[in-house]
Design a protein around this ligand. Sequence first.
Ligand SMILES: Nc1ncnc2c1ncn2[C@@H]1O[C@H](COP(=O)(O)OP(=O)(O)OP(=O)(O)O)[C@@H](O)[C@H]1O
Ligand SMILES: [Mg+2]
Length: 510
Amino acid sequence: MSLARVYSGLVDGIKGEIVTAEIHLGEGLPGVHIVGLPDQAVRESRERIKPAIKESGFKFPREKITVNLSPADKLKQGSTYDLPIAVGILLASGQLEVSPLQLENYLLLGEIALDGKLRGIPGVLPLALAAAEHGLDKILLPPENYKEAEPVDITPLVCSHLRVAVAVLEDRHVPRPPPAEDLHQSAPVVPDFVDVRGQSSAKKALSIAAAGGHNALMIGPPGTGKSMLAKRIPGILPPLSKQQSLETTAVHSVAGELLNQNSIIKVPPFRAPHHSISGAGLIGGGQVPGPGEASLAHNGVLFLDELPEFSRSVLEMMRQPIENGEVRISRARGSYTFPANFFLIAAMNPCPCGYLTHPERNCTCSPSQIDRYLHKLSGPLLDRIDLHLSVGPVRYDMLRDKKRSKTSSQMRRQVIAARQRQNQRYRDENFSLNADLPANRLEKYCQLTEAAHALLRTAVDDLGHSARTVHRLQKVGRTLADIEGDRRVTETHVAEALQYREFSEDNYKY
Ligand SMILES: Nc1ncnc2c1ncn2[C@@H]1O[C@H](COP(=O)(O)OP(=O)(O)OP(=O)(O)O)[C@@H](O)[C@H]1O
Ligand SMILES: [Mg+2]
C-alpha cells in the first residue's frame, strides 16, 4: 500500500468542512511535498512530523511523499493537519495495522510536537459538527480539545501522543476521557450589583437592556460607577440555551480562545475591547477572516467603555452587526459570515472634561470642544441605541447605604421572568427578544393602549421623533410591560421609554 487516505477538516467562517488528505509514497528524491493550497504553517508540518514519527518508534520512509489536501481551492491553515499527515504516512508505509476502510470512519485533528506529543488546535467544535454531518463516527483529537467535541453526536477519542493515536487506530487501546478534575473550570466570578450604591435608575435601565436585549449608552461624569455597572451585567443574564451555547462556543473555538480552557461556553460572553482596537479586531478580519470582538460577544454583551475614544471609522463599522446581528466580510475568494448578535452597552463622559452634567462642578470645555467630542458618535449609531441613560454622582449617605442597594439576584429574577414571557410569545418566530422584533411584527406583538398611542403621537408630531425611534420606543415599552407582567403596553411604559431618549443627538443640550 503506498497510497493512504484520511479525513481532517478546515474552518470556513465558523463552519467546518471536511478535508481529504491523500498521502502517496513513490519514487523520487526523499522529501515531503504538500499540495492543495497549504499556508506556511501547513507546509512546516513536514519539519514537525519527521522527528515526531521517529520519536514515536517508527521509521520515516525514505521515499518521495506527496500529500494532497482537497478541496484544492480552499486555503488550509495552521497545524491541524499534522496528525492526519503523520497517520497517512504510517499507513502508506505499512507501519499501521488498520484497514484503510476502517480509517475512513475517523476525523483526525491535531498539532504534533517534535517528541510526538499532540497539542490542541482551534476550531474543533465546528470541525466535529462537520464530521458528524459527513457521517464519520469517531474523532481523534488532543486532550485540550476534548470538551469541544463532547456536545456533538460523535465519539471523541483523546490521544496525548502519536503513539497513543496509533494504538487507538489499531484497536489496542481505548482512550478514556481526561479526568474530571482536569476539565473542572470554575465559572468566572462576576461582581454583584449590590456594590454599586445609589444609581437605582441606571440599574433599572440595565435590567431593561438585559431583559429585552436593548442597546444602552450610559453618560455621566467620571467616577460615578459607569464601568462598575457594566461589568456586573453578566450576573443578571440567564444562562445560554443549548443552541446558543453551541453557536457561541463555535465562534470562540475558531478564534482559538478555548485552547487553554477545555470547555464549552454556557454563560453569555462579556467582551470589553479597549478603545484602541482596530476595525478588524472589532468586527473580524485577516487573510482568511476570523471572528472579531463583536462576534466573540455573540449571544452576550459587547461593552464599549469611553465610546468617543474609539475611532469614528471603527464605530461606523458597528452599524452592520448592530442592525443585522451578523458580520459579513468580503474577500476575493468569497464572503464570510460571522454571527454577532450581542447587545451593546456603551459608556462615556458627557464632554472631554467630564463634568458637563455634574450638578455641582463646572465644566471647563468650550462648546466647540464638546462638539468635536460628540461628533465621533454619528446620529445613525446613536439612533440604534434604545436606552440613553444619565448616570449622576451619588450622595455620601447613599454610598454608605448597602440596604437600599439592589442586588444582582433581585435584578436577575426580573430579567428572567421578562425573558420567559418573550420566549413564550415568540415561540414560533426566529427571534426571541423584544429588541429583535421586526417592524412588521410590532402590530401583532406590541399592542398599545389608546392613551399610549396618544403619547406616541405627541412624541412624533410635537417632539419630532423619527419612525425608527418610535419603533424603538414601542419595543422598550414592550420590555417594560414584560418586566411588570402586563399584556398591553400602557402610557406609563411609553412615558418611561421616552425618558431614555433624553440624549438623542438633537436633544443634547449644553
Ligand atoms: N455608585 C457607586 N457605588 C460605589 N462605588 C462607586 C460608585 N461609583 C463609583 N464608585 C467607586 O469609584 C470607582 C470608579 O468607578 P467607575 O470606574 O465605575 O467610574 P466611571 O463612571 O466608569 O468613571 P470614568 O468616567 O472615569 O470611566 C469604583 O471602582 C468604585 O470604587
Ligand atoms: Mg469608566
